[in-house]
Design a protein around this ligand. Structure first.
Ligand SMILES: *[C@@H]1O[C@H](CO)[C@@H](O)[C@H](O)[C@H]1NC(C)=O
Ligand SMILES: *[C@@H]1O[C@H](CO)[C@@H](O)[C@H](O)[C@H]1NC(C)=O
Ligand SMILES: *[C@@H]1O[C@H](CO)[C@@H](O)[C@H](O)[C@H]1NC(C)=O
Length: 380
């Protein structure tokens, strides 16, 4: 499989009048940028507990960090519009929450124009998921991962890409796991940096009877720790996205804290700058928090995780959280490979104990190498 070189585009995937994807000019109402800064100036911090608990990040971002963020947003943050829009491309990049296509910023260039002429190059298509960044939110219930996958398959076909690969993370992985069946005749391979594997009741029983092997034991312990102490955000986003969206939409700084907490505990100790936190938040606040929070309601429906088994070759890079703030979550990203094989045709695996949940942002060089290696071996 040869990929045409040196073309990339990030694009909005909503249909224009004639149902053709069209180049998209980013435009944001300056009133919204101003409004967010005014709200940041009025931000009212929560009182921390006096025994130091609030500084651990366990319950949320510490007050001092939130105060610094609000002050930065109100006084120093500069919204710089990206003007460079590279050209069109067949590698579909699918991001998750709380992200937009900007999660791929640092890998776009090396994927489309690698310095090594022998490395595979890609035409990259990096859409914002509907309700995220510059893609309008769905206006009806029922737009889950399978529907998103159908939309992206249609996009790739409309762009004229008969064969294409997928790179996915987080919610994008859900989408990809449906696409590798629903559009399998067009997909040459699926690479993901996030392959979750829900322990089955039988796994849990073996775990309780001390019959799991070390990989399984460590993984299940992390999954249980996540579900027992860190997934409150998922539950409320999945069950009450409207009420939560109403609150967070009214407080950009509050929304930033909501997002920052997840990024902090999931990112293997990566030191986010205030600018990164604010930009990430702004891109999800501009379209309205509800539209992207609500994706959880659709993605967490039971049928949304009933993945078909697929033959499409699958490459996985796993990035543990060894430098992260909470020891009990270190192995959460490290699903046992045999469990991954329950749904996917695992043909390529790289396992690292570091890197966390946003490796394309934090380790772009390693990330690109993995993607090139995976798709490169499919060439042979
Ligand atoms: C939170 O604020 C403290 C004090 O300013 C600082 O040392 C620390 O690095 C901040 N934490 C993060 C994750 O930015
Ligand atoms: C499993 O191992 C733990 C710790 O060694 C022990 O306390 C527990 O009784 C064991 N459970 C079973 C079902 O063997
Ligand atoms: C998995 O993918 C490889 C590479 O394309 C292929 O040779 C193999 O037959 C596939 N395995 C299954 C079980 O479909």
């Amino acid at each position: 499989m040869l990929f045409p070189k040196f073309l990339a585009m990030a694009m909005l995937a909503t249909a224009s009048a004639n149902n053709e994807p069209a180049p998209y000019q980013i435009s944001v109402d300056p009133k919204l940028i101003k409004e967010a800064a005014i709200k940041a100036r009025l931000y009212r911090p929560s009182l921390p507990l006096e025994d130091g608990t609030s500084e651990t990040w366990r319950e949320g971002p510490p007050t001092e960090n939130m105060t610094a963020l609000a002050s930065y947003w109100a006084n120093d943050y500069d919204w710089l519009e990206r003007s460079e829009r590279p050209d069109a491309i067949p590698l579909l990049l699918l991001h998750g929450w709380p992200s937009t296509y900007t999660e791929w910023n640092d890998i776009l260039k090396p994927l489309t124009a690698p310095q090594d002429e022998n490395a595979p190059a890609f035409h990259v298509v990096a859409p914002d998921s509907p309700g995220f960044g510059f893609s309008p939110a769905p206006t009806h219930t029922g737009f889950g991962p399978r529907q998103a996958g159908a939309a992206w398959a249609n996009l790739m076909s409309t762009l004229g890409y008969d064969k294409y690969g997928i790179v996915s993370t987080d919610f994008g992985w859900w989408v990809a796991l449906f696409m590798v069946d629903d559009d399998k005749d067009h997909i040459v391979g699926h690479f993901t940096d996030f392959h979750f594997a829900q322990p089955t009741p039988a796994d849990i029983e073996r775990y309780n009877n001390n019959q799991t092997d070390q990989l399984e034991t460590e993984y299940i312990a992390s999954v249980l720790a996540f579900q027992g102490g860190f997934n409150a955000y998922m539950v409320i986003q999945g069950q009450g996205p409207l009420k939560l969206g109403q609150a967070l939409n009214d407080s950009p700084v509050g929304y930033a804290g909501w997002i920052w907490h997840l990024c902090h505990f999931g990112s293997d100790g990566y030191p986010y700058t205030l600018k990164q936190v604010v930009t990430r938040t702004l891109l999800l606040w501009i379209p309205g928090a509800y539209g992207n929070l609500r994706a959880y309601l659709e993605w967490l429906r039971p049928e949304s995780s009933q993945f078909p088994k697929s033959d499409v070759p699958t490459g996985v890079s796993q990035w543990g959280g060894i430098n992260g703030p909470f020891e009990e979550l270190v192995n959460f990203p490290l699903a046992p490979p045999r469990w991954i094989e329950r749904t996917s045709n695992l043909t390529f695996l790289v396992r690292r104990d570091f890197g966390g949940h946003f490796p394309a942002e934090q380790y772009p060089d390693l990330y690109v190498k993995d993607v090139q290696d995976f798709f490169g071996q499919l060439d042979a």
